[in-house]
Structures are given as C-alpha cells and as structure tokens.
Ligand binder design. Sequence first.
Ligand SMILES: Nc1ncnc2c1ncn2[C@@H]1O[C@H](COP(=O)(O)OP(=O)(O)OP(=O)(O)O)[C@@H](O)[C@H]1O
Length: 313
Amino acid sequence: MTHSPAAAISIRNLVKRYAPTGSGEGKLALKGVSFDVPQGQIFGLLGPNGAGKSTLINILAGMVRKSEGEVSIWGFDIDRDRRNASRAIGIVPQEIVFDPFFTPIEVLENTAGLYGIPKDQRISEQLLADVHLSDKAQAYARALSGGMKRRLLVAKAMVHQPPVLVLDEPTAGVDVELRRQLWELVKRLNDEGVTVVLTTHYLEEAEQLCDRIAIINHGEMIANKPTREMVDMAREKIVVLTLDKPVQSLPSHPAFIKSVATGASQIEITYNKDRTNAGEVMGQVQAQGMTILDVTTREADLEDVFVRLTTEV
Ligand SMILES: Nc1ncnc2c1ncn2[C@@H]1O[C@H](COP(=O)(O)OP(=O)(O)OP(=O)(O)O)[C@@H](O)[C@H]1O
C-alpha cells in the first residue's frame, strides 16, 4: 500500500462490553484501552488469561463489534472504512482451521479468491516458498504436521499482502524447534517491512522478538514500553524496611525509583541495582531520621515485572 499513516494501528478509548447471556453476567472485557502500534515494529501484547487480548484482536479482525472507541488500521477507520481496514491486516488465528481435503496451494488460492485478487496478481507459490512449504503444495492439509499447518496459516494471512500482520499466540503449545522457525518467519516478514503484532504468554518470546511490549490486564493497559525499558525494569531491586514507628513521610532520593508505604511501619523502596545497593538505600533512609528494625530484599526479573504489573491494582 502506498498510503502511509502515522501509526500502523491506532486504538483510542476502546471499550468492549459483552452482553449478558441467559445464565452468565455481562462482561466488561476492555475498559477504555488506548495505544498506537508504530509502523515497522514487532509489537508484543502480553497479558494473563482473560485479560482481553483475544477480544482486542477479534475487534481488529472484524469478528467482534466494539462497544465504544475508535480503531484504525493503516489509517483506515474500522467503522467508516472497514473494507480498506480489512485489506490492511492479516490475522493468524490461535486455532488451526483448515478443510482437510484442500491442499496448501488451494487454501491460498481460495483465500485470494475471497479477497477478489485476480489470478495474475496472486502470489501463492511465492508464499508457500516463503514458509518453506513448496514441496507440500499438493499435499492434503490433513497430511501436514502441526508446524506446517501453522506456517500455512501465516501464508494464508499474507495472501493479500497486508502491511500489518497479527498473530494470536503463534507459539502456544509448540515445541522449541517450531517456535524457533516461527520466530525466524516473523522476523523475516518484519525485515521485509511488515508491521507485526503478536500476543504471547511467553516473556522470553516477547523479549527476543519484540521492539515494544504492552501489558494488558483486566481489560486495561498497564504498561507500554520499548522492550529495552521493560527489560530494564528487571534491573530493579526492592528493599522492604520495617521501621520502629509508623511511617510519617516517605524517604526520597534520586536513586530511588519508587518508595511506598506497605504497612503502618513498613516501606518498600525500589531501586536500580546498577545505580545503588541495599546498604546505600538503608543509609539514605537512616540519614532521613528513620530507624530500621528489619530488612528484606527482592530481586525482579522480567517475570516479576510482569507479575508485579499484573497484580498491582
Ligand atoms: N463472547 C463472550 N461473551 C462474554 N464474555 C466473553 C466473551 N468472550 C470473552 N469474554 C470474556 O471477556 C474477558 C476477556 O477475554 P479474552 O478472550 O479477550 O481474554 P484473553 O486475554 O484473550 O485470554 P486468553 O489468553 O485466555 O486468550 C474474559 O473475562 C472472558 O471470559
């Protein structure tokens, strides 16, 4: 596409309220989410089960109707310009669904037909080559291994050559070798200029692949940072101090990232372990007139950062 929008995907105040069903209650799955996916990046959307990731992706895919807010894909509003918005995005679903009696080449040709792509403009063979399935072009889909089927799903999502590709948990439940292959494929597509959004439960995957990571929890976006900064949060360490009397005012110092009261006479201070250490932190606290009775320290890795962000209210 020649059109060049400010962001590959732009989401503003997105709300999704699922209507109550006969027995179940309604559910507020997205509570006013706003973010942009910058062009050319691999953008990771992380969050625990039920956070709202699939809802968000299904809204992009046009499979779920949003309740409120604005979404545009490659500059095309999904309400006002659904056709162009759909043409700008390819979705690789979580579930593998193929008619077992179609061959990979037929799967791609049929999809191209659905998009109304004239025969001479189709790129089915090239796509099969890209996902290393040329030799399986004529095999029945049911004869493909799980890994081959996943690669075929990626090819299928790229039939109309969208500038944005979304993968919903591409490596959930796949073995190490296949995960590596899928990562390579995603990187290659991104090198060729495709903006990629992927959801994952695996922090390592996000860290390896993504330029930017957003964390969504209970329908809200709680963090959205370049991967480097998110990983830097893992350089944080926390000291928990018990003082001899109730906390009057929180200690502060340029080397402290955060200082919060976690009990009547308990404070937690977060600091970057590259910049200071527990001894210095305690020294600063004492210098500010407080008496420390007890101390424990905690170290954060990316997993902790994730857990902390998703459990903090
Ligand atoms: N069709 C629906 N009707 C009612 N509630 C729904 C519907 N689909 C999802 N929900 C609820 O909305 C919330 C968000 O679900 P969603 O599937 O978007 O989460 P998720 O982050 O994708 O989780 P997972 O990682 O398990 O796929 C959940 O509480 C879920 O139960």
